[in-house]
Design a protein around this ligand. Sequence first.
Ligand code: FAD
Length: 390
Amino acid sequence: MSEPQRHALVIGAGLAGAATCAALARRGWQLTLLDAASGPAQGASALPVGMLSPHVTRSPTPLSRLSGLGVAATLAELRRLVPPGRGWQACEVDNRGHDPGRWPAALVRPAALVQAWLDEARQLGALDTHWQAAVHRLEHHRATGCWHALDAQGRSLARAPMVVVAAAWGSHDLMAGASGLMQADDLPLRPVKGQMSLAALEGEPLAPRPQRDSGVYVPLYEDSGLPPAWPARLWAMGSTYERGDASTDLSDAAHERNASSLQAICPAAALRLREAAASGQLRGWAQVRCASLDRLPLVGAVPDGEALLAFMAQAGSRRGRVPLGDTPRQPGLYLLGALGSRGLTLAHWCASQLAAQMDGEHPSEHDAALLRAIDPARFAWKRARRQPTG
Ligand SMILES: Cc1cc2nc3c(=O)[nH]c(=O)nc-3n(C[C@H](O)[C@H](O)[C@H](O)COP(=O)(O)OP(=O)(O)OC[C@H]3O[C@@H](n4cnc5c(N)ncnc54)[C@H](O)[C@@H]3O)c2cc1C
């Protein structure tokens, strides 16, 4: 039986995968969503509360431009899909270190947005979900033009002509097998563990609004939709930033690092953190962020490493002038990842752009420049242009 062409597998049901499902469903695509976990938002997107706020710089950078677009787009999605108080609340944040000043922001529980996007895709009749479906390998069958998602025993879990890999750090292994890359650093993904410290808020908050310096102190977050495992009224401090660590265990040392960062922001809150740790009231949450080498996300069609080498050999001495857009790509294989510490800001804008790209649309000149900055082929392309000829 032939597959409908506008059918995609989406691997990963966090912010990236759910935003992709919603963006493609709104365009009339059929989606098969696979995740190794038993339900949505169980990786980094299980974060109890995160900060949505702009990244401001004196002169614009790709990240500050992305963040400006992304914050506005995500806020619009929150207002459209999630009732305030049941997954998010608008606020302001006092930045004390970088970008000093008071900025508009929102406190968000990412799982609420993930659920809302998946509900939207389901209501459009577009979504089929497979839980506890760990994808071990992706295999392209030229005869049918389909990608197969295979489990560890080599059995096909699902297939479709298109795949979006949105598996955060899990994308690293999947990509290495699927894309015939020249070197591991052609798609340079890195794990960065983070631990947040939090506890139920008894009494009054210790600051009028969130404070950011080295980490973010949230004096009060209230969310009637928080799962029963978490207090519905809490304070939080986070998060640690442990490069190269892909573990998720909690540690007292990481709580103490959060306490030291908090000491510089609000000494009374640091005392509260240490007292909660001593009395066993302190809660923690740890997960792995996925970041790229240049800290920008990876969004778009995955390069074909072997075809790129052949293409550059043919270009010979003109290889230094080959534009990024000419990089050969894997047919129907896309990536949305490396959202780092900014999944809330980036997921929706990136997924909307990816969906337009998968539909063959041409971006505006303004968006095209940003899309080049986040093109997953940028690393392989740069390296291949520098490769000696002959
Ligand atoms: C401590 C901490 C604090 C943070 N604070 C903020 C904040 O304040 N603001 C903010 O915007 N962001 C914050 N972040 C980052 C944010 O959580 C992430 O950017 C975002 O959740 C990433 O979404 P994702 O969908 O890419 O990844 P994830 O939510 O991790 O989803 C990836 C999914 O892929 C699945 N998967 C992986 N491999 C496979 C496989 N082989 N087969 C099938 N499924 C697979 C996983 O099970 C998982 O469900 C924080 C992160 C941490 C850890």
